[in-house]
Write a protein that binds this ligand. Structure first.
Ligand SMILES: *Cc1c(COP(=O)(O)O)cnc(C)c1O
Length: 393
């Protein structure tokens, strides 16, 4: 008999009752250090007092009104995002894949209005992840996500990640945009070298294409800058955001330059919940903390500390790990064993991590995790790695 919850997930037998900062706690009091943060969502940890205050204060006043009316919290968050980034305008969604939907629609409408409606193709990359909607799975294109769900949304051309020649060969007169994650998350924590992102920007400028960045996982301070592309010193035309922006409250956004967004006029897009008062009140509180340069400096310091600890872990378990990869607090342990085994052993040792493709275990702690917590988390990973090695022997 089918379970009452549609069985699309393989769930670990963990049942958390509450969270405190970087800790998740089960009903019996067992405490876990959370190096997954809800897959880069709980950017400021669990039950962060500033976010709880923003949420409860707004909850007592007004949860939801339609986008038929003015929403000051939404306006405030849009103004903050515009002030802090390349963007001129923002549309709010509830998730990453909804941001993908709008990115695709926005790119198509841009070319339609330019009277080049044939430029519907968006070039995407192997190993990418853009969500589970019809546009999201067609954009990423992997068989794992698309098999059985055809016919797929047309208009995507997939090139292998890092294959310069394939990219250039893919660009014909039907191509209107390039879509890429500055740091692949699900794909196994693969940062695009700054040089490559610069090259993509130059290519888009040369061919007149839109550059769309998916910063759903790597954005909102995760890499030590507010958005990952800032490290390369170039800007996109359109950017997808979600995950960390709500700190645990469902919220996403599309940020765009005026020119790229010019086709999205009244009536061309909408969302019932997107940008409602409750979500945006929390989003403003997250943004105020994460966009503070002093906070981002702290993220970089914590990232340096954690990376060093993880390098030590790898060095002392050469039979389990191949190396550390990633940037900021978006790190990956490349494994010689099945990553799921390490994640599983971590549960027993009281530390939460997240598996990814390419034999990688993701390390995505809350951005405000302390040095003591990071040390303790790596100690627990050390025990987990011992357990995995002993099980192999
Ligand atoms: C998680 C993720 C998405 C999809 O976000 P949802 O909120 O699950 O729809 C899209 N792109 C990237 C890079 C992601 O990590």
């Amino acid at each position: 008999m089918i379970p009452s919850v549609l069985p699309t997930y393989s769930r670990a037998p963990l049942r958390f009752e509450k969270g405190e900062g970087a800790w998740l706690i089960e009903a019996d009091g067992r405490r876990f250090l959370d190096l997954g943060a809800g897959i880069a969502v709980n950017a400021l940890g669990h039950a962060n007092p500033a976010l709880v205050a923003a949420l409860t204060e707004q909850a007592e006043k007004l949860w939801h009104v339609s986008n038929l009316y003015e929403i000051p919290q939404q306006q405030a968050l849009a103004d903050k995002l515009v002030a802090a980034t390349f963007a001129d305008t923002v549309f709010f969604t509830n998730s990453g894949t909804e941001s993908c939907e709008l990115a695709v629609k926005m790119a198509r409408k841009y070319w339609y209005d330019k009277e080049m409606p044939e430029k519907t193709t968006i070039v995407t990359f192997g190993g990418s992840f853009h969500g589970r909607s019809s546009a999201g799975i067609a954009a990423a294109g992997s068989e794992k996500m698309t098999k059985g769900f055809g016919p797929l949304l047309p208009g995507f051309k997939h090139v292998p990640w890092g294959d310069h020649d394939a990219l250039h060969a893919a660009i014909d007169d039907t191509v209107g945009a390039i879509l890429i994650e500055p740091v692949q998350g699900e794909g196994g924590i693969r940062p695009l070298p700054d040089q490559c992102l610069k090259g993509l920007r130059a290519l888009c400028d040369e061919k007149g294409l839109l550059l769309i960045l998916d910063e759903v996982q790597c954005g909102m301070g995760r890499t030590g800058r507010l958005f990952a592309h800032e490290w390369a010193g170039v800007v996109p035309d359109i950017m997808m955001v979600a995950k960390g922006i709500g700190g645990g409250f469902p919220l996403g956004a599309i940020l765009a330059k005026e020119e790229a967004a010019s086709g999205m006029t009244t009536g061309t897009h909408g969302s019932t919940y997107g940008g409602n008062p409750l979500a945006c009140a929390v989003g403003c509180a997250v943004m105020d903390i994460v966009s503070d340069p002093a906070f981002l400096e702290g993220v970089n310091a914590r990232a340096g500390f954690l990376r060093q600890k993880l390098e030590g872990l790898v060095a002392s378990h050469p039979d389990v790990f191949e190396g550390v990869r990633g940037t900021g607090l978006m790190l990956g342990l490349k494994c010689k064993i099945a990553p799921a085994d390490l994640v599983q052993a971590g549960y027993t040792c009281g530390v939460i991590t997240v598996p990814a493709a390419d034999n990688v275990v993701r390390i995505l702690p809350p951005l405000n995790i302390t040095e003591d917590e990071m040390s303790e988390a790596v100690n627990r990973l050390d025990f987990a790695a011992d357990a995995v090695r002993d099980a192999m022997a």
